[in-house]
Design a protein around this ligand. Structure first.
Ligand code: AMP
Length: 420
């Protein structure tokens, strides 16, 4: 026998019946967006590497350590997308969507790739549903978008998702804060790597999870104290709108995010049942991103919700899960002629809206009835050669074992009627 293969490290297969849950989560996350005027966008799973270098930021862990990048046979440098915003902004700029109605509201759903150290809730291939609203810097838009995320989680039955909110300032006040922070950090006892990071991306030092670093940065200046008047007013307005929308949040003055493009509003949705990887979603405003990737000035705000971690959160909260995909009717043919006939009957049942399946292959009556039980169907249709002569099919109610004989020509109507 030749060697067998496993799914690559940090990835997993989605198999039925669990896979239903992923479909369900994506649908429920998308529903509030579609109801709020967001249109569906699909961009390629890979983009030019430079897009992420310039968009996500060359000093971020995502770009320096986690990208799946390769050179194609045509010598192009491409990267499997580690996140969705850069590709969406690239597409909006390329197709000049900003020239139409503003804001441009878009949502997406798909696979993302990061070469991370795999652990519970952290994978190398993961699934996100995301939303972006571009072309307007109205704080009401930030609040609307955040509230749509909150809705998604509550519609999924989750009650332990907390919203953390912060503002990172803009081009005017962020540099002032950055310098204040650098000055503070240079005075700490830190290793050489972290010292280098102070000069490149000091905000990320605040995000360092090591206790010895956390202890030292506890008194670091927070960005909120350095916000310019415009950013302060924007942040306060987002908060007021969220309150109007009945959304609760926690101020998180130390919340910084792993991607460089964020300005002003930043937020994270965290769940208390997930251990270290507690973020089930996150996002913020990225008013400079379009220009960073060669587009016109175009503010934007967006979020991405992690589908896989949301499933873990649903399991942690033991929320009622949607029923697995099942059929209502399972057809059991006894013989080749009966199979040919039932294949057509099952097709007719499906056309009239009844979920139906057929025992394929030669399993005999016992094996086929086992299949009927496993299918979750309410009725089994049993057809043998003798029944064919009389034009009758046996309709068996699986729960009770009760069986009636019905003319084949009427069986679709009879079954439909009984399922009402
Ligand atoms: P980010 O773009 O890092 O803010 O990610 C948004 C959301 O996607 C996070 O809150 C997670 O729920 C999810 N996510 C990010 N990276 C991973 C990963 N490696 N594995 C699973 N989920 C992830």
């Amino acid at each position: 026998m030749s060697e067998t293969f496993q799914a690559p490290k940090g990835t997993f297969d989605l198999l039925p019946p669990d896979s239903e849950l992923w479909l369900h989560v994506r649908e429920v996350m998308a529903a509030p967006l579609r109801a709020a005027g967001y249109g569906y966008i699909e961009t390629p799973v890979f983009e030019e590497t430079a897009l992420f270098e310039r968009g996500v930021g060359e000093s971020t862990d995502v770009v320096t350590k986690e990208m799946y990048s390769f050179t194609t046979r045509g010598d192009d440098r491409v990267t499997l997308r580690p996140e969705g915003t850069a590709g969406v902004v690239r597409s909006v700029v390329q197709h000049r969507l900003y020239a139409g109605q503003l804001p441009v509201k878009l949502w997406y759903s798909g696979s993302f790739f990061r070469y991370e150290r795999p652990q519970a809730g952290r994978y190398r291939h993961f699934s996100q549903v995301g939303a972006e609203a571009l072309g307007v810097d109205d704080p009401a838009l930030d609040a609307e978008l955040v509230a749509l995320g909150v809705r998604a989680f509550s519609d999924l039955g989750l009650s332990r998702v907390e919203l953390l909110l912060n503002s990172l300032g803009d081009r005017t006040c962020r540099p002032v804060y950055r310098e204040r922070l650098q000055e503070f950090l240079r005075g700490l006892e830190l290793d050489a790597d972290t010292r280098r990071r102070i000069e490149i991306n000091p905000l990320r030092v605040l995000d360092d999870k090591r206790p010895e670093v956390q202890k030292q940065v506890a008194d670091a200046p927070v960005v909120g104290d350095s916000l310019c008047d415009d950013c302060r007013a924007h942040y306060d307005a987002v908060g007021r709108h969220l309150t109007d929308l009945g959304v609760a949040w926690t101020e998180a003055p130390r919340l910084v995010r792993g991607l460089d493009y964020y300005t002003r509003t930043t937020f994270e949705f965290v769940h208390d049942g997930l251990g270290a990887q507690s973020a089930v979603g996150g996002g913020g405003r990225y008013d400079g991103l379009s220009e960073d990737v060669g587009g016109p000035p175009m503010p934007g705000v967006g979020w991405a919700l992690g589908v896989d971690r949301t499933v873990l959160a649903m399991r942690a909260e033991e929320v009622a899960l949607p029923p697995a995909s099942r059929v209502d009717v399972f057809a059991v043919p006894l013989g080749a002629e009966a199979r040919a006939r039932l294949l057509v009957v099952v097709d007719e049942l499906r056309r009239s809206g009844v979920r139906a399946d057929l025992a394929f292959g030669d399993r005999g009556l016992k094996g086929a009835m086992k299949g009927a039980d496993r299918s979750g169907a309410r009725f089994a249709l049993v057809l043998g050669d003798r029944d064919l002569e009389t034009g009758q099919v046996q309709v068996k109610t699986l729960a009770s074992g009760e069986q009636v004989s019905v003319p084949i020509a009427d069986v679709v109507d009879v079954v439909k009627e009984s399922l009402r």
